[in-house]
Design a protein. Sequence first.
Length: 116
Amino acid sequence: QLHLVESGGGSVQPGGSLRLSCAVSGFTEDNYGIGWFRQAPGKNREGIACINDEERSAYYADPVRGRFSISRDNAKNTVYLQMSSLKPEDTAVYYCNQLPTSGRSWGQGTQVTVSS
């Protein structure tokens, strides 16, 4: 099973940008899909973006499509989430996880706060 650690969160003003990183370890093959998820206070965790093992396709949830971009650098074993045009409603703890997530544990996540 992969071990994943999220980083790159912080506080930013509306309209700003952040790049989150998901460092992957524990597996030498590249044939795994990774998803980014977020959980806002009082809300369920939601999937927002995912990328397959060979970066042939990426998926984005409606709230982030056109503003967020997922990518992966297999040489660095890292998956990124570039977030632009951030809105206050993007405030949440962001997590990455291997797909499918069923039965997998979750890391600590990284906090993103969008506020003026």
